[in-house]
Design a protein around this ligand. Structure first.
Ligand code: C2E
Ligand code: MG
Ligand code: MG
Ligand code: MG
Length: 266
């Protein structure tokens, strides 16, 4: 159909193609704003990587992240993503944009590296970004895993002042006991609950319960995948702290994102 460039590819790339793309610098940071309900302004952004492929067009992460994880290339991609995110946030600060946080997704293999925290501290030093401006997003199953290296790295991140959040919360296998001692500061409610919460009483009940549980544990709550005004109103009524989704803003490149930012800040 037509000649418009494809925006995503459903075929998983080969490891060689991925390595080639990394060498050629074809991975581009996209950013999606996080809306602070109380303050009525942008709180920051989540960095979501895309692959600007020369012939395939813009490839979404669901297509290539699994290949990057299985092949180990996620270490190289993850290091690039972290550095690019910190550099961009510093750049925005230097431009005088309101201070915000930058959230970065981190894979299991990355956070299990013995030198993960040293590498992260070096990136902060090199870029000049302060630790509290950086938030690492880990999936629920990963964040609450019981391996010594993971627990040590999470506590070392916390000691540096870096924020930690649990992504896709509600879809993994979480033990409430682990949640209590894991040094996280926020939960991100998985978008499947948000999508159905206005039509399915059970999804609404789960969303409500996650918000209450999180607040009782002193955690802030983000809802992802907010697409409609009805979802936004209900989440605000339930006390959700931060909203993320197409209703507020779609993931976009740095230029598009920064154009939105000042208009929505107090
Ligand atoms: P995630 O971290 O849970 O990110 C949220 C995903 O939901 C993003 O998909 C975002 O574009 C999408 N989204 C945001 N708002 C809406 C909405 O209103 N409706 C719907 N239907 N979707 C919405 P994206 O960018 O395709 O990323 C998919 C996943 O790939 C991410 O899920 C994350 O797990 C992973 N990922 C992305 N970038 C990175 C990265 O730099 N490193 C690692 N390790 N994983 C990444
Ligand atoms: Mg996507
Ligand atoms: Mg995420
Ligand atoms: Mg998520």
């Amino acid at each position: 159909m037509g000649t418009a460039p494809a925006t995503h590819s459903l075929t998983a790339p080969t490891v060689n193609a991925l390595a080639d793309g990394l060498n050629k610098g074809e991975f581009v940071p996209f950013y999606q704003p996080l809306w602070d309900v109380q303050r009525q302004c942008w709180e920051g952004v989540e960095m979501l990587v895309r692959w600007q492929h020369p012939t395939e067009g813009l490839i979404q992460p669901d297509t290539f992240i699994p290949v990057a994880e299985q092949s180990g290339l996620i270490l190289e991609l993850g290091a690039f993503v972290l550095r690019a995110a910190c550099q961009q946030m510093m750049h925005w600060r230097q431009q005088g944009l309101p201070e915000g946080i930058i959230a970065v997704n981190v894979s299991a293999l990355q956070i299990h590296q013995p030198d993960f925290v040293e590498d992260l501290a070096r990136i902060l030093r090199d870029t000049g970004l302060t630790a509290p401006a950086l938030e690492l997003e880990l999936t629920e199953t990963l964040a609450l895993e019981d391996t010594p290296i993971l627990i040590e790295n999470l506590h070392r991140c916390q000691a540096l002042g870096i924020r930690l959040s649990i992504d896709d919360f509600g879809t993994g296998s979480s033990s409430l006991a682990r949640l209590q001692c894991c040094p996280v500061t926020r939960l991100k409610i998985d978008k499947t609950f948000v999508t159905h919460m206005t039509t399915e009483p059970k999804d609404r009940a789960i969303t409500d319960s996650i918000i209450t549980l999180g607040h009782n544990l002193n955690l802030s709550i983000v809802a992802e995948g907010v697409e409609t005004a009805t979802q936004q109103q209900l989440l605000e009524k339930l006390g959700c702290d931060v909203l993320q989704g197409y209703r507020l803003a779609r993931p976009a490149d740095a230029k598009t994102t920064e154009a939105l930012w000042p208009d929505h800040s107090v």
